[in-house]
Write a protein of this length. Structure first.
Length: 291
């Protein structure tokens, strides 16, 4: 295969590939076992004694939307696993544990560590054991505190006003940020919402310098100095909320704002406990509640 011409092959965000692969079967009922990347990696590993190509695969279940849903055995939705995916995981014999993640500032990193801790607690006792890469609390670089807006159903229209205000702060007269330094991430690709957001961004966008507008699931491996996230709590499968929030917030190196709308308290004990801890950590984040 073409991948064998390289000395080393690094596959990042393997969990995203698994999600996409399984979602293809769930949505379109296509044969998920036909995948060029899976087939190529399997070939290299199986023929490792006859090949000099090294394969490194990074997989983080904390950023997998489908993984956490699979842990709930009483789920009404079944997520079939690709045969290639199962076989690949069985070949992970030389696994390494990542000890720290220090890409983000102290404040962003600490918020991520709190989200990740509560995410881990969702995994049920009867689920498969998982090695979770540690998200270290803190960093030697300090920055602004992540700002989290909590909007109830009656305040859902405020999300556009808040987004506009946040963008105005980032693009103020004293700002050193280019448009390409900013991203607006959504929970998934909603055409209606995307059209609304595009019309807002036109105020600042130029042909050569645009603010990135993207669904968080497609932002793997990307990063920006400033990220604004819109999260529809009502339309998202509750257990996967942590995967979405963790992925979206971790894209921000320095500045993070999260706008949670359609939030209803007492819907998910895991999310509420996480929010409760974040409320207590006013030293690293700010929460504005408009429920």
């Amino acid at each position: 295969g073409v991948m064998t011409i390289f000395d080393s092959v690094f596959v990042d965000d393997f969990q995203s590939l698994i999600d996409s692969h399984q979602a293809t079967l769930v949505i379109s009922r296509m044969d998920v076992n036909k995948n060029t990347i899976f087939e190529s990696i399997l070939h290299i590993i199986k023929e490792s004694t006859n090949s000099t190509t090294s394969v490194w695969i990074l997989s983080d279940n904390a950023q997998s939307v489908l993984y956490i849903l699979e842990q709930f055995k009483n789920s009404e939705i079944e997520y079939p696993v690709s045969a290639f995916g199962v076989e690949l995981r069985s070949l992970f014999v030389n696994s390494k544990r990542l000890t720290v993640n220090l890409r983000n500032t102290c404040e962003v990193s600490t918020v991520l560590s709190i989200i990740r801790t509560h995410h881990e607690r969702i995994v049920l006792p009867e689920s498969d054991p998982v090695t979770w890469p540690q998200q270290k609390e803190g960093h030697f670089l300090r920055g602004t505190k992540p700002l989290i807006y909590m909007l109830g159903e009656s305040k859902v229209t405020s999300r556009i006003d808040i987004l506009t205000r946040e963008l105005g702060k980032l693009k103020g007269s004293n700002s050193c940020l280019k448009n390409s330094d900013i991203a607006v991430l959504t929970y998934f690709h909603d055409p209606t919402l995307m059209t609304t957001l595009e019309s807002i961004l036109e105020r600042w966008n130029t042909p050569d310098d645009k603010i990135t507008l993207l669904a968080a699931l497609w932002s793997m491996s990307a990063e920006w100095p400033a990220v604004i996230t819109l999260f529809d709590f009502a339309s998202f499968a509750i257990p996967s909320s942590f995967s979405f929030l963790y992925t979206a917030i971790s894209r921000a190196r320095m500045y993070s704002t999260v706008i949670v709308f359609n939030y209803t308290p007492n819907t998910c004990q895991y999310f509420d406990k996480c929010l409760e801890e974040l409320r207590r950590r006013s030293d690293v984040c700010r929460i504005v509640e408009l429920c």
